[in-house]
Design a protein around this ligand. Structure first.
Ligand code: KIV
Ligand code: ZN
Length: 498
């Protein structure tokens, strides 16, 4: 019989730490319910002491989700643990995830402490957390660069103190797969009482080795993997859930199984990408747009003769269905509702009516409505409370002429207009916005997401604007790419703190 591998999803904690990916509580609940449907065992819902928003999200996710364990992150600090325990009070199954840095750079520069003091703090934190919950996970931050002998001493001490799961993060993404696997094996072989705890992997992708390291950890005895949807996470990201789930599914020889319903992988990936405004790279394994697109003649010929020639995964196994009903202007509410359901979005009849209305307007402009379009429409009301709104926009541009833009903004109910010329239509439109807003802000990044289906597709724009020493992230989506750019710019401004 296969051994069970527990899947710990940290999309809503490590993933959500990415600048520009922040979700509100309603969106986090939507993702958490989708993770539950996907079959993850543990949802890391936040770091409650870090902000009232995180605290509240852990409370609301705890209420909304039934069977996965809800986990809250803390430092090895009593106050953090008190706040996490409070945030978890409604969770049916709860876990506190506490820990401390164990590598020499962390001990010396972050804590100005000695190795012995770190062990004392780790043990005290675990014991303190056990006063609140039976399930305590300990993380040895930067374990990837911690020497194995000392790491084994730390892990042995925290298991004695009551840790039920021990997390061995490669925080900086430094380890080689062999090295990380050997580290896990070393702990299996040298820690007294290791059988009383589950060993967990937590790998970052700085050198592109997160998945390889995680799998090597599993092959050497880890039985929990910490992952995120689409591999999102700080810097180069975390190990991606879909890659690990499909590796163990494809490689029956490993003799390990997860509880993941793989057919829900693709809808979950789309939902997270859309809510976090974080595009998935086209060649991303499992969920990228090109992951199953055979373009070379030799491959196409082989696949047409027999799919097994070049395909190791049936796209249907990850929830990609080429025969899915195509939505067009003639589709009814029921078809739209079904598509939203497949994508993990449930909504009230009232909201469905509004989304359907927008859907028909969009379907008038473009032939086929993609899953991305549907998700953008479902999230279109996230700007309703913004105090600055674009009322109209007119742009003239062309070759050999200077672009001119005129636009109207509604700012807290008052109407403002401006016109400007610029070095291209977006430049002109942004200058017009600046004439009205009159703040010292600098556009730092401007990304137009690749349009996948044709010239009538919805263009998506991500922007970063620096204002008053802070960076703000904005998003816009529109079949008119200039309008999407202005929306993204205004989205940033709406987020300014003063
Ligand atoms: O990467 C890391 O070390 C972490 C810990 C806080 C678990 O995210
Ligand atoms: Zn991490």
């Amino acid at each position: 019989m296969s051994e069970r591998l527990f899947v710990f999803d940290t999309t809503l904690r490590d993933g959500e730490q990415v600048p520009g990916c922040q979700l509100n509580t309603v969106e986090k609940i939507q993702v958490a319910k989708q993770l539950e449907a996907l079959g993850v065992d543990v949802i890391e819902a936040g770091f409650p002491v870090s902000s009232p928003g995180d605290f509240n999200s852990v409370i609301e996710i705890s209420k909304a989700v039934t069977w996965p364990t809800i986990c809250a992150l803390t430092r090895a600090v009593e106050k953090d643990i008190d706040v996490a325990a409070e945030a978890l009070k409604f969770a049916k199954h709860k876990r506190i995830h506490t820990g401390i840095g164990t590598s020499d750079p962390h001990i010396k520069y972050k804590f100005n402490a000695t190795r012995e003091e770190i062990i004392e703090r780790a043990v005290a934190a675990v014991k303190y957390a056990r006063r609140y919950v039976d399930d305590v996970e300990f993380y040895a931050e930067d374990a990837g660069r911690t020497d194995n002998e000392y790491l084994a001493r730390v892990i042995e001490a925290v298991i004695k103190a009551g840790a039920t799961v021990v997390n061995i993060p490669d925080t900086t993404g430094y380890c080689l797969p062999e090295e990380y696997g050997a580290k896990i094996r070393y702990l299996v072989e040298h820690v007294d009482g290791i059988d009383k705890a589950i060993i967990s992997t937590h790998c970052h992708n700085d050198l592109g080795m997160a998945t390889a390291n995680t799998i090597n950890g599993v092959l050497n005895g880890a039985r929990q993997v910490e992952v995120t949807i689409n591999g999102i996470g700080e810097r180069a990201g975390n190990t991606s859930l879909e890659e690990i789930a499909m590796i163990v599914k494809c490689h029956k020889d490993i003799n390990i199984e997860t509880n993941i319903n793989t057919q829900k992988i693709y809808p979950t990936s789309r939902m997270v990408s859309s809510l976090m405004n974080m595009p998935v790279q086209p060649n991303k394994a499992i969920v990228g747009r090109n992951a199953f697109a055979h373009s070379s003649g030799i491959h196409q010929d082989g696949v047409l003769k027999n799919v097994q020639t070049y395909e190791i995964i049936n796209p249907k196994d990850v929830g990609i269905d080429d025969n899915a009903i195509v939505l067009t202007a003639r589709s009814g509410r029921a078809a739209l509702k079904h598509r939203l359901h497949v994508l993990g979005v449930e909504m009230s009849q009232e909201k469905l009516d509004k989304v359907y209305e927008d859907f028909l307007k969009l379907a008038d402009k473009k032939k086929d409505i993609t899953d991305d379009d549907v998700l953008v429409l479902a999230g279109a009301d996230r700007n309703v409370n913004h105090h600055i709104k674009l009322e109209y926009l007119q742009v003239t541009s062309g070759v050999g002429v200077r672009s001119v833009a005129s636009l109207g903004l509604n700012i807290s109910g008052e109407h403002f207009e401006a016109a400007a010329t610029g070095n291209g239509p977006v430049d002109a439109a942004i200058k017009a916005v600046k004439q009205i807003i009159r703040r010292q802000m600098t556009l730092k990044e401007f990304t137009i997401q690749a349009i996948s289906k044709g010239s009538d597709d919805v263009g998506k724009v991500h922007m970063q604007v620096e204002y008053d020493g802070q960076m703000y992230y904005g998003f816009g989506a529109n079949t008119d790419i200039i309008a999407a750019s202005v929306e993204a710019y205004i989205d940033c401004i709406n987020k300014f703190r003063k």
